[in-house]
Write a new protein. Structure first.
Length: 393
């Protein structure tokens, strides 16, 4: 399912936007947005086809299809050890909107929210769009200990929200149960809401184990809003489907009110909910095979990148992105991105503040959710493109 023969580049060049095949010049390999090059599981397309044959596309319930909410609750119960209630799960039009919605529901103008650094720009964007102030908290790549004492020092009377991204994009860190207990304890002591973005939670490499912070205990769970989606695990980014899950009615009512679903201004696409239910109910085999493939490509990617002069890459514990330290090249992240694009015909994401925060300075991010053949070609081009460029240290 995940060899080069399954990738249809002609289709990708027409449909894969967001810095990918449809937006780069001909001949460039995009290792940019974290979106698989592979087609989704066939059961998802079959379920969509069955649904559309009736030719009825009516309004759905504002709070989501009951059957999808049931499947999602089952996923949280069985896979994440969370006593989830279907009634407290709200389908939304993406995990990205789920992050924004949570900020909108729990922040007022001038409130502060702690976000990780580096982390996906959506956190800062969502906090600031809600009128809040994003306060960065440094999470070092690799196994360096997290400074929880510093985290506590960042909390003020205006701090209302603690934003957790686990696994962490772009570094690939998977938080341990002990680290999550520390985060949960701090949130409880300072009466903070936890926004737990878990869109990458299925993409974890052994021996690392994912733990959902809402599974730790009731006190932590009751202040956690869990955000999830289907773009990373099942390649459904274009269907725009995700969920937010609360643990009691008050939080759910706040999320529902902020969503504008009842006004039909926003809402989760019914076809997308049908597709996501099929992914949960029928496509576990596909995800398992995808993980086996990604584990191989991860090792290949990390090994080859560490052979490039001036590059240092720690193997990610989760996610299918490699966060590469390029400080040894004596070039900036933007300069390396331009060198690779112009000389190697490979597109990567530079570690700029607007993408990931100040903590990404001196790094580039590379997505490796592709075939071994495409990845090998890209890595070969990177090595050749960097030849003779910088004097490394």
């Amino acid at each position: 399912m995940f060899d080069n023969s399954t990738i249809n580049l002609e289709v990708l060049k027409k449909r894969a936007y967001n810095l990918r095949w449809a937006t780069v010049p001909e001949g460039v390999i995009p290792l940019t947005a974290a979106d698989p090059d592979f087609p989704c599981a066939p059961e998802i397309a079959e379920e969509i086809s069955r649904f559309t044959k009736d030719r009825y596309f009516c309004y759905g319930p504002p709070d989501g299809l009951p059957e999808f909410k049931e499947s999602m609750a089952g996923y949280f119960q069985k896979k994440r050890n969370i006593p989830a209630s279907p009634a407290l799960i709200l389908p939304v039009d993406s995990a990205a909107f789920g992050i924004y919605l949570t900020c909108k529901a729990f922040l007022s103008a001038g409130d502060q929210a702690i976000i990780f650094d580096p982390v996906d720009f959506l956190f800062r964007y969502s906090v600031e769009s809600a009128g809040g102030i994003a306060v960065p908290f440094s999470i070092p790549p690799g196994i360096t200990a997290v400074d929880f004492e510093h985290l506590e020092k960042l909390i003020t009377k205006k701090t209302k929200l603690l934003c957790l991204c686990n696994p962490l994009n772009p570094t690939g860190k998977v938080f341990t149960k002990e680290e999550l207990l520390m985060i949960g304890d701090i949130a409880c002591r300072y009466n903070l809401i936890i926004l737990s973005d878990e869109i990458w939670s299925d993409i974890v490499y052994p021996p690392n184990v994912f733990t959902s912070i809402a599974s730790l205990n009731e006190e932590i769970r009751n202040r956690t809003v869990t955000v999830s989606g289907f773009s990373k695990s099942f390649g459904l980014a274009g269907l725009r489907i995700g969920t937010v899950m609360a643990s009691h009615n008050h939080h759910y009512k706040l999320l529902m009110a902020a969503s504008l679903h009842n006004a039909t201004i926003h809402g989760a696409n019914l076809i997308s909910q049908i597709a996501a239910k099929a992914a949960l109910d029928k496509c576990g085999y596909w995800l398992n095979s995808f993980l086996i493939h990604l584990n191989v490509i991860r090792d290949l990617c990390v090994n080859e990148l560490n052979r490039v002069p001036g590059f240092k890459c720690i193997a990610p514990e989760g996610c299918y992105v490699a966060f590469v330290n390029i400080e040894g090249t004596k070039k900036t992240s933007k300069e390396i991105q331009e060198i690779l694009l112009n000389s190697a015909k490979v597109s990567v994401v530079p570690g700029l503040k607007e993408w990931f925060g100040e903590g990404a300075n001196g790094y580039i991010r590379i997505s490796f959710a592709t075939s071994e053949e495409i990845m090998m070609e890209a890595l070969s081009r990177i090595k050749k493109g960097m030849t003779g460029y910088p004097k490394v240290v």
